[in-house]
Design a protein around this ligand. Structure first.
Ligand SMILES: NC(=O)c1ccc[n+]([C@@H]2O[C@H](COP(=O)([O-])OP(=O)(O)OC[C@H]3O[C@@H](n4cnc5c(N)ncnc54)[C@H](O)[C@@H]3O)[C@@H](O)[C@H]2O)c1
Length: 460
């Protein structure tokens, strides 16, 4: 599926027309290529008084090869790849003024596809109501910056829990260890997060293991991808393999040929299985046990739509969607967990949808199943914490795939443009986000639902 309008506005004639008529102006997004620097320019680092994350973040950025500048040393002509602000020191609403003082003079210094990161504390962990109030206020700033700065830039709030995001597994950056914040900061700054904006990511204090090579953050990991024959699943299988994973690619037997192409291309294995078959969980578990002895990350990507307004929907449409998108995934989790095939440090990653957050006309079945995926994250993440398994989901917005190509033209155009980046995302954008959640270095992230929607207005 291609976005012809987005290609047109990149042309000289298109640019002129967009300016004259005030039409949506989708920027070209910076996407990750292995070997790319994290940012297209230096990062400006600022902090509220008493911020506890400034020094760890400084270390993370410099270790990642980012050129750092401090507020106060900025010349009028300076331009930045990122503005990073440690707001953890803000304990009262009167101190929010420090945000204005940092961002106001630098609001127009961000390069195209630049990044804004504000670091905060989860309000529920703040010791006083005043601090919780001020920390909650950060969300409004970040989401507004995401809508305001434009030119492909994004803005996120990263909330670090407890010990300030410093993993208890050893000194920062000694081999094999990392601060638990590192993977998230690296993901957000990079082109991997091109279509993620306006998000709040909570990073806990769990274990996080740094890869030997940040261009292969999944080296040696066994990852199962369901629905891998096409669309987001196929892009995901390719991204995971590029990043070092051994991929087990699963899809229905009817998609066997396309599945074999994906699996062959990436040197992975193909499993032809209908997830809703009664024996699917055992057959899958047997395959994983025999071939790999374990599965480090399970990505429940397979999903279907069977749209009809509720009054016109037959029971089959309801049942199929709930079964593929939710119940079969629960049955598979149960068997894999029971047989201890997901080891400590393992991941379960769901694929929800903004329809599961906002609801959607004609999609009562689909939105129910996708809200259920969020429920699964909320309920399973605390249960599995003791086993060292983290559970997260992504919620894609409008992604250019066969699924969205079937949407009627006018609704499709609205879905594409009604977000801060004025375009649909690509399957690779969802894939990169799922990849980040699967990295061993992201072990401290659990219970999150991260939207990959260009900051869609739906469910905002
Ligand atoms: N495309 C979007 O804009 C969008 C937006 C939000 C969420 N999502 C979600 O992302 C996921 C992937 O979407 P997509 O657009 O790539 O869809 P797609 O239809 O292109 O691919 C889905 C894949 O899942 C497989 N599948 C379906 N039922 C299966 C079953 N019973 N057993 C095994 N495999 C099965 C299909 O054969 C297909 O290969 C889905 O969960 C979807 O709901 C997509």
């Amino acid at each position: 599926m291609t976005d012809r309008y987005a290609s047109f506005v990149q042309s000289a004639a298109g640019r002129a027309l967009v300016k004259r008529l005030g039409l949506p102006d989708p920027p070209r997004l910076r996407r990750h290529q292995p070997g790319d620097p994290l940012l297209p320019g230096p990062a400006l680092l600022g902090a509220a008084d008493g911020g506890r994350l400034t020094e760890p973040v400084r270390t993370i950025l410099t270790t990642a090869g980012v050129e750092l500048r401090d507020a106060g040393t900025v010349a009028a002509e300076d331009r930045f790849g990122a503005l990073v602000y440690d707001a953890t020191g803000i304990t009262d609403s009167t101190q929010l003024r420090q945000l204005y003082d940092f961002f106001h003079p630098h609001a127009r210094t961000l390069l195209p596809s630049g990044r804004v990161i504000v670091l905060g504390t989860p309000p529920q962990e703040c010791p006083t109501p005043r601090e919780a109030t001020a920390q909650r206020a950060l969300e409004g700033l970040v989401r507004s910056i995401g809508k305001e700065f434009g030119r492909g830039s994004t803005a996120q709030l990263v909330q670090a829990t407890g010990n300030g995001g410093i993993a208890a597994d050893g000194p920062a950056h000694s081999p094999g260890t990392t601060t638990s914040l590192t993977s998230t900061i690296r993901f957000i700054l990079s082109g991997r997060s091109a279509y993620v904006s306006g998000q709040v990511v909570r990073v806990g204090a769990g274990t996080a293991t740094a890869p030997a090579d940040w261009d292969r953050p999944l080296d040696g990991q066994v990852v199962l991808v369901t629905g891998a024959a096409r669309g987001i699943g196929a892009a995901l299988a390719r991204v995971l393999a590029r990043d070092g994973a051994q991929v087990v690619a699963l899809d229905v037997p009817a998609a066997g040929d396309a599945l074999a192409v994906v699996a062959n291309d990436i040197g992975g294995t193909a499993v032809q299985l209908d997830l809703t078959a009664p024996d699917a969980p055992t057959r899958l578990a047997d395959h994983l046990a025999t071939r790999h002895g374990r599965v480090d990350a399970v990505v429940h990507n397979a999903g279907i739509t069977r749209d009809k307004t509720l009054g016109r929907m037959d029971a089959d449409r309801w049942d199929q969607v709930i079964d593929v998108n939710l119940s079969s995934q629960e049955r598979i989790n149960d068997v894999l967990l029971e047989r201890k095939l997901i080891p400590a440090g393992g991941r379960i990653i769901g694929v929800s949808s903004i329809a599961g957050i906002a609801g959607n006309r004609g999609q009562t079945n689909y939105a129910t199943s996708k809200a259920g995926v969020i429920g699964l994250v909320d309920s399973l993440a605390p249960t599995l914490r003791d086993r060292g398994i983290s559970v997260n989901a992504v919620a894609p917005g409008f992604i250019e795939t066969r699924m969205t190509a079937r949407i009627p033209l006018v609704v499709r155009e609205a879905g594409r443009r009604m977000n801060s980046l004025a375009q649909g995302g690509l399957p690779v954008d969802v894939a990169e986000t799922i990849g980040w959640l699967a990295w061993p270095a992201s072990g401290a992230i659990s219970g999150n639902v991260v939207r990959v929607c260009g900051q869609s207005l739906l469910g905002a």
